[in-house]
Ligand binder design. Structure first.
Ligand code: UTP
Length: 292
């Protein structure tokens, strides 16, 4: 158990995004625009709202637009200032002021565990958050903030979790767990099964793309061998961590969209479009007026 604060958030973003071809052939999946922001910005805003001050992007070749997005753009800012477009200027500036952004690269997409390992030196010896940018979580209290609050209670690794009905659980990492008697949102994890065959799942509690991990995870990733798909799997490393430390699941309150999938992205576009503070109302009226 540790009482250290969660200051750093790792964003694995070096994958190939094959489910979203052809859009992701030359454009990073993480830069696909959901309503008016790239996917990665939703995650970064969530991490900042949870108290993180340092964002660690795990990038790869051809993905420099991601880091440019969080950098200042003096030419654009000067042009907007000259035209007195103050609201737009504020929008452009605010993105680069969100947090300190550090970029490191994963030379080859050797798996999520390997991507997280790339952050080892930058994270150092402190617990940290991991957010998968294609999981967009719409929640009143940002999902990572809920998890950081829980971490402050328990001081152990925490895996974001949600109940997935029926055989759909077979697409996820699944927790073998029991609800904690003191806080039913916390799940005592006994074991984990990656993509269980239908009917063999130990529970309906799936792992989503939100994690708080203790730094011992790096040792575990270094010790595991490639698993499913020849990749270094983060779930295998967390299973190894379970042998040394307590790990909790956390049933967050909110709604997740798998925006790395075309259907999930479309649904997220409609739902977040309807909730958008400026566009929402007119988008709703337009949708109602259509006879699809
Ligand atoms: P995904 O499996 O959703 O992303 O990994 P992917 O591999 O890019 O996409 P598909 O399945 O081919 O469509 C979740 C996150 O982990 C990152 C991805 O960039 C994504 O944000 N990732 C995955 C890495 O950074 N490195 C890897 O080796 C694998």
């Amino acid at each position: 158990m540790t009482s250290q604060k969660i200051r750093k958030a790792v964003f694995p973003a070096a994958g190939m995004g094959t489910r979203f071809l052809p859009a992701t052939k030359a454009t990073p999946k993480e830069m696909l625009c959901l309503v008016d922001k790239p996917l990665i910005q939703y995650g970064v805003e969530e991490a900042v709202a949870a108290g993180c001050t340092e964002i660690i992007l795990i990038s790869s070749r051809g993905k420099t637009t991601m880091e440019d997005h969080f950098d200042a753009n003096p030419e654009l800012e000067a042009s907007l200032a000259a035209k007195n477009k103050t609201a737009l200027l504020e929008i452009a500036r605010s993105v680069s002021k969100l947090a300190k952004v550090v970029v490191t690269r994963q030379p080859e997409p050797l798996g999520l565990g390997h991507a997280v390992l790339m952050a080892k030196e930058i994270v150092g010896n402190e617990p940290f958050a991991v957010l998968l940018p294609d999981d967009i979580v719409d929640a009143e209290v940002p999902c990572m903030k809920q998890m950081v609050d829980a971490f402050e209670e328990v001081g152990c690794s925490i895996l974001g979790s949600e109940v997935v009905e029926g055989d759909a659980i077979s697409a996820y990492g699944c927790l073998d767990c029991t609800a904690d008697p003191l806080n039913p949102r916390l799940l005592n994890v006994k074991n984990m099964v990656e993509k269980p065959k239908p009917g063999t799942q130990p529970s309906q509690n799936a792992i989503i793309g939100r994690y708080i991990l203790t730094p011992r995870i790096f040792e575990m990733i270094e010790a595991i061998t490639p698993g499913a798909g020849g990749e270094l799997q983060l779930t295998d490393a967390i299973k190894a961590l379970l042998l040394h430390e307590k790990v909790y699941g956390y049933s967050y309150v909110g709604k997740r969209h798998d925006a790395g999938d075309k259907q999930g992205f479309l649904r997220a576009t409609v739902e977040l479009g309807l909730k958008h503070p400026i566009l929402g109302q007119s988008f709703r009226s337009w949708l109602k007026s259509q006879s699809f």
